[in-house]
Ligand binder design. Structure first.
Ligand code: ADP
Ligand code: ADP
Length: 223
């Protein structure tokens, strides 16, 4: 269960983006992925979601390889991208049903997810009428529609106002009770608020992988 990453390496031309990155995450862990710009966070997330093919190494979700079993593993990995593209002209419920339709899955699940992310009163509104915080809820809903084993969140509170940040973090906390989460961010506070463990990437390599309490003691001056 969970996710195992072994010796993941990716180069763009001569630029090494990931250098033999290995770690594993147990089912139910909420792990913060920290690192400066260019550290390799996006490349790692894109490898897990199979949006790019690494040069070397392996990613196993529930013992199944993401690269060799893309169809089987796709529904087990939910992804909330930074600036998640949404069809702004669609209604919330209509949009989520549309996503399920594309995935060839039953749309009954949509109502459940709408309730889960607190979008019930907004479900018949157009996405472009929603506040940024509510748009992010739609993004989260989309990411958890297929009940993924692993949820990847890329800067999930970026651009939100303080109240919206509190609400989205609360939701992530709820979702994290029964989902493994990898949360990429540059905000240490966010990791402290949500994660039990931190993986710090720099120049394509893991420079720290430890419980949040230990990490806080060691990297007080990170920001
Ligand atoms: P992060 O998300 O932590 O900012 P990235 O994974 O985007 O890091 O980038 C890791 C390294 O790979 C950086 O040096 C970046 O410039 C380089 N890189 C990322 N994507 C590409 C690309 N498509 N072509 C060339 N270099 C890239
Ligand atoms: P992030 O670090 O959040 O991914 P970036 O602005 O670094 O955001 O990257 C945006 C896009 O540009 C990504 O798809 C990434 O792969 C690509 N990219 C990043 N660095 C380079 C680079 N040096 N050359 C070409 N493409 C790059």
């Amino acid at each position: 269960m969970g996710i195992v990453i072994k010796d993941l390496t990716k180069k763009y031309g001569n630029q090494l983006a990931l250098n033999k990155v290995s770690f594993s995450i147990e089912q139910g862990e909420v792990v913060g992925l920290l690192g400066p710009n260019g550290a390799g966070k996006s490349t790692l997330m894109k490898s897990i979601t199979n949006a790019i093919i690494p040069d070397n190494g392996e990613i196993l979700v529930n013992n199944s390889s993401v690269n060799t079993n893309p169809i089987e593993t796709k529904s087990q990995i939910g992804f909330l991208q930074e600036n998640n593209p949404l069809y702004m002209d669609m209604y919330v419920k209509e949009y989520l049903e549309f996503v399920m339709n594309i995935r060839g899955e039953k749309k009954q699940r949509v109502a459940e997810v709408i309730a889960e992310v607190g979008l019930t009163p907004e479900q018949h509104k157009k996405i472009n009428q929603l506040s940024k915080g509510y748009k992010q809820r739609v993004g989260l809903a989309q990411a958890i529609l297929s009940k993924p084993e692993i949820l990847i969140l890329d800067e999930p509170t970026n651009g939100l106002d303080p109240n919206q940040i509190i609400e989205i973090r609360e939701l992530i906390r709820e979702i994290g009770k029964n989902t493994t989460i990898i949360l990429s961010t540059h905000i240490m506070q966010e990791v402290e608020a949500l994660c039990s463990r931190v993986i710090l990437l720099n120049k394509g390599e893991i420079v720290a992988d430890q419980p949040i309490e230990e990490f806080k003691g060691q990297y007080q001056n990170l920001e």
